[in-house]
Design a protein around this ligand. Sequence first.
Ligand code: C2O
Ligand code: CU
Length: 549
Amino acid sequence: AAVHYYDFVLEETNFTKLCSTKSILTVNGSFPGPEIRVHAGDTAFVTIHNNGTYGVTIHWHGVRQPRNPWSDGPENVTQCPIPPGTSFTQEIIFTAEEGTLWWHAHSDWTRATVHGPIIILPKTGTTYPFAEPDAEQTIVLGEWYKGDVMAIIDEALASGGDPNVSDAFTVNGQPGDLYGCSNATTFRMMVDYGKTYLLRVINAIMNEEMFFGIANHTLKVVGMDAAYLKPIEVPYVMITPGQTMDILVTANQPRSHYYMEASPFADTSAPFDNTSTTAVFQYQGGYTPPSKPYFPSLPAYNNKTAVGNFTKLLRSLASKAHPVSVPLNITHRIFMTVSVNQIACANASCAGPNGNRLSASLNNISFVTPTIDILEAYYSGIPNVFNKTFPDVPPYLFNFTGDVGSNTLFPSRGTEVKVIEYGAAVEIIWQGTNIGAAENHPMHLHGYSFYVVGMGDGNFDNKTSPSTYNLVDPPEVNTIGLPKNGWTTMRFVADNPGVWFMHCHLERHASWGMDTVIISSECYLEGDKASNANIRNAATQELELALLD
Ligand code: C2O
Ligand code: CU
């Protein structure tokens, strides 16, 4: 296995888009940033040189990093921000992941401009589980904000309301023909008739899940989150922030210009950017181009059924070379509500609903990011940084997806983490709620890929829901869209010691507290056992029984 070295220079760079020029934080002056390209089993060392003006960290999204949380990156979870004027080297250990992942800044909202692809080719000496494509193209879906993204989130948190939305979506940094001043720079993918292309699609957008398609062309999805899928042929995909998809497209249509388009899926009452970004899938010469390229027909922005139908198709390849190993006998089960809430506002003129401010929570705890990183605090025993009190069930039972008044539950705030014993077979049932605004949440876990064994609408029901589980070939991912007012069950084996962040990958929800930390520990202490047991034995036990047994 090879070792690769990269230098990432964080620096302010000027770009002109949407008719105006502004400076953004970039890596090596490019937007999106540079690609990391390795084979499965390789290691990369990336030295980050922070030539910017504030502290930043970088995360390798979806790389499992066995026993290496030290290089994982989320700010104040596994490390302090890298101060301006300094360098920091991270070691990225690639094991079984094959396909596409990405890296991004993991400090406030810096990831809006600081992100790039990670391409993981099959282990040296092996091939793709599909015919070698003729060529490949990375498609990074991103956004352009005319304002400063750091100011946008600061304003939202200070006022207690929703953050501003972006001014354009982008394909490989370009907004495309449908936006002002953008025609000349539209991204064009030049193709030859008859060839097959591997598209590596990354959703690096802050707050919107996206539909993506190419006019007249069938998408054959063969991988997701760097794990292979049974090929699915579809006219469009839905890809959430955090997710990556490997898609084969054969240029088999009459030579012409076809739009590649991405438009939001946003079944929400929150404000969102309801525009589309386009690039051109353009056959090489010898014809007169149409005056306007053809458009794909993507579902409407609120078409939840289209999302459900697509998600249902995802199955692991489950071949001899790429087997699945879904844990069957669960030893640690967590039932976790995922909510947008409100909490009381300090400030009288608060912009949130009902004079409150917007907040978000897991099991009704709105996560507070500490100022000392949790990894260091855990391994060097620094007290009072976090509590090992994240509960296995929510504080009370209610009709999660029913008509819950927005004041039903105000979350508590705290840095509460879950310690899980090494080797545990873990099941997490994420339950969406209708507390504030119900919405689809792309739930993400660091340090692991997990199997999505079940998903459904409404409240999880322990009598009927488990009988629908797919334990044979469930997709193995690092991010999955928990359906609006629905539930999702995922499983993994806690065999990667470390401190691992878990959060919604919609940045506004993560900023409001829809996060927690899983510590998978090899030195599972008596104290950890006691705190887990206490949580289970206290008032919540009855509830746990009602929900899970
Ligand atoms: Cu892309 Cu903490 O995640
Ligand atoms: Cu969310």
